[in-house]
Design a protein around this ligand. Structure first.
Ligand SMILES: Cc1ncc(COP(=O)(O)O)c(C=O)c1O
Length: 421
């Protein structure tokens, strides 16, 4: 682990953009919660234990015995061509048409977010995100110094009245939002899915105000119940930059994602990727290609969905058992996360030390807002901990919250858990 300096001797040397980068509470936390006695509801880790190691050994052996030299070599910046065909197949699974030439492979969806930021955002540009939103996206955006307008979400996704008001306000000042960033399915961190009606409404607003939409869809195939909703890209290819990833349906360790976009944008993204890393790993792209062309990946997604559904159920049941009256929370139909709102006088960042002392961890809500917000909220992950640990983790958390509430009552503070999501 790198040694941490309280006073940074290099502080005069950094670029201005580093000042707006958020410190990652998730990263700092993961270091602490890696201690085995803490039940971590903090991470966002897929349950990679669900994969049969023998399959992976077989695939890696095949790559090395049949295609060793090429797998050790640099590859095309836009990705390994056979894998691109496979990614098209995965998009078709959610009813999203795409051609191999409409997409490029990236080092995870995270790199897609970074290079999108790089090619679009000048300092001071206006962009829109959901509030709360994915911290990795906020960090990429913020390092290019935009003005972020964070639009609250409710149980149907981004609240379009507020989006329209913001876009109109900008237009009155002669400004225009370049990008609208959304995670429409089982959003990280709120777990909320944008309704079909809102998706159509969002596309209409984007068209009237001439904004591009960045659709980040890592969780769409991890649906436990309910009907799939059409992706934004399937409704409008001309205005949507689509981000996909293999991280949640296969392996985050492979670092494979992709961007599908209109061709002129794709060309600029390719230049940005070239200067970032030349190409995504030729080796892992070949392993992934074999996995999705020879193995029962649909069966494995079903398997993951069953595991996660059970864990989601355990988490929601334990929250009903232990947190009723103390918190409000979302009920995700898929994905990895539940978002909870505590009484307003509780600051979840401040409460975290007590939680860790009680041997349970979560991610404080404020990290998911670009500037302010979510101070009384927290994100809980249900994909990684085993069900009995989820139950015990929520039980421990409830004791910590009860102590905070009792303390506040003793000090005469009012309680309030209302709000959304
Ligand atoms: C909404 C969202 N976008 C992007 C990513 C990054 O995924 P990848 O592993 O593909 O870089 C994540 C990871 O948790 C995420 O939740």
């Amino acid at each position: 682990m790198a040694r941490k300096f309280t006073l940074d001797p290099f502080s005069g040397k950094y670029a201005q953009r580093t000042a707006s980068m958020l410190s990652s509470e998730i990263r700092d936390l993961l270091e602490i919660t890696a201690r085995s006695d803490i039940i971590s509801l903090a991470g966002g880790l897929p349950y990679t234990q669900a994969f049969d190691p023998e399959i992976m050994v077989r695939l890696v052996q095949k790559v090395l015995s049949e295609d060793c030299a090429a797998s050790l070599q640099y590859g095309p910046t836009d990705g390994y061509a056979p894998l691109k065909h496979v990614l098209v197949k995965i998009m078709a699974e959610e009813g999203t048409p795409c051609l191999p030439e409409d997409l490029m492979v990236t080092n995870g969806a995270q790199q897609g977010l970074e290079i999108i930021s790089k090619i679009f955002i000048n300092p001071g540009d206006d962009i829109i995100t959901e509030a709360p939103s994915y911290v990795g996206a906020l960090n990429s955006f913020l390092s290019y110094q935009p003005r972020i307008h964070a639009i609250p979400v409710d149980e149907e996704g981004m609240i379009l009245e507020q989006l329209e008001e913001t876009l109109r306000g900008l237009a009155r000042e002669g400004r225009q939002a370049k990008l609208i960033y959304t995670i429409p399915n089982f959003q990280n961190p709120s777990g909320v899915t944008m309704s079909a009606e809102r998706r159509y409404g969002l596309l209409e607003l984007a068209a009237s105000f001439d904004c591009l939409i960045v659709e980040d869809n890592p969780y769409g195939l991890l649906r436990f119940e309910g009907k799939p909703v059409p992706t934004l890209r399937s409704l409008d290819e001309t205005r949507v930059i689509y981000l996909g990833t293999l991280s949640k349906i296969f392996s985050p360790g492979m670092r494979i994602g992709w961007v599908a976009a209109p061709h002129p944008i794709l060309e600029k993204l390719l230049l940005a990727k070239q200067s970032a890393d030349l190409c995504t790993s030729s080796f892992t792209q070949r392993v992934a290609y074999l996995y999705f062309s020879q193995e029962d990946w649909r069966g494995q997604i079903k398997n993951l969905v069953e595991i996660y559904r059970e864990r989601r159920n355990v988490m929601l049941a334990s929250m009903e058992e232990f947190l009723e009256g103390l918190a409000e929370w979302t009920k995700p139909q898929g994905g990895l996360f539940v978002w909870a709102r505590l009484p307003e006088f509780i600051h979840t960042s401040e409460m975290l030390a007590s939680a860790i002392e009680a041997k349970v961890a979560y991610v404080p809500g404020s990290g998911f807002f670009p500037y302010r917000g979510g101070e009384n909220c927290l994100r809980l992950n249900f994909s990684y901990p085993e069900p009995d640990l989820l139950w015990e983790g929520i039980k421990r958390l409830s004791k910590v919250i009860k102590r905070e509430v009792a303390l506040a009552r003793a000090l005469g503070l009012p309680g309030n858990t209302k709000g959304s999501p």
